[in-house]
Design a protein around this ligand. Structure first.
Ligand code: HEC
Length: 149
């Protein structure tokens, strides 16, 4: 019986219902989680940018791995912007909660550009990779200027 209930929940898309299964026990945890996520993104973009600028040698395999990393990481911080996490050790601006649709739109666009970058990186062709990288990378400042202190 139990097994049946679990199977039914899974097939009904139970897992996508985040609010029914909160991952964070407090606002502090959510803030910690999203900041750690942004730090991981920061390291990936730093190394990828250096490769494209020629500051470090371009290695197509390493670049591809980094692009796969950011394809995952770029969809992860957003669920941690929970109610109440506008206060505490955070630079998140209240505008996120008063202007949620715009914030979510930027987050979604950012994640989509990261997917496109991962696809471009598979080609190993810098002429395809560089513009895909720029599309994704411009999302940082574009979001921070409205939503980060
Ligand atoms: C859709 C909005 C959005 C996008 C896109 C975005 N950020 Fe952020 N970022 C934020 C917000 C909001 C915070 C503040 C989080 C907090 O302090 O709770 C933040 C915080 C950070 C931090 C500080 C984390 C810490 O330890 O305090 C770094 C570093 C960062 N972002 C890097 C990036 C980089 C690099 C990109 C692009 C590759 C990026 N972000 C894209 C919204 C965004």
């Amino acid at each position: 019986m139990k097994r049946f209930v679990i199977a039914a929940c899974l097939s009904a898309g139970f897992i996508t219902s985040v609010s029914a299964n909160p991952m964070f026990e407090s606002a502090e945890e959510a803030i910690e989680y999203r900041k750690a996520n942004f730090q991981l993104i920061r390291y990936q973009i730093g190394n990828m940018g250096d490769m494209l600028k020629g500051k470090v040698p371009f290695d197509a395999e390493v670049f591809k791995q980094r692009a796969n990393n950011v394809a995952q990481l770029s969809q992860m911080p957003w669920e941690a912007f929970i109610e109440g996490s506008d206060k505490g050790e955070t630079d998140a601006l209240p505008a996120i909660w008063t202007n949620r649709a715009e914030f979510d739109g930027k987050a979604k666009q950012f994640a989509e550009y990261a997917q496109a970058l991962a696809v471009a990186a598979k080609s190993g062709d810098k002429d395809k990779i560089a513009p895909a990288f720029r599309n994704w990378a411009k999302g940082c400042k574009d979001c921070h200027k409205s939503f980060k202190d």
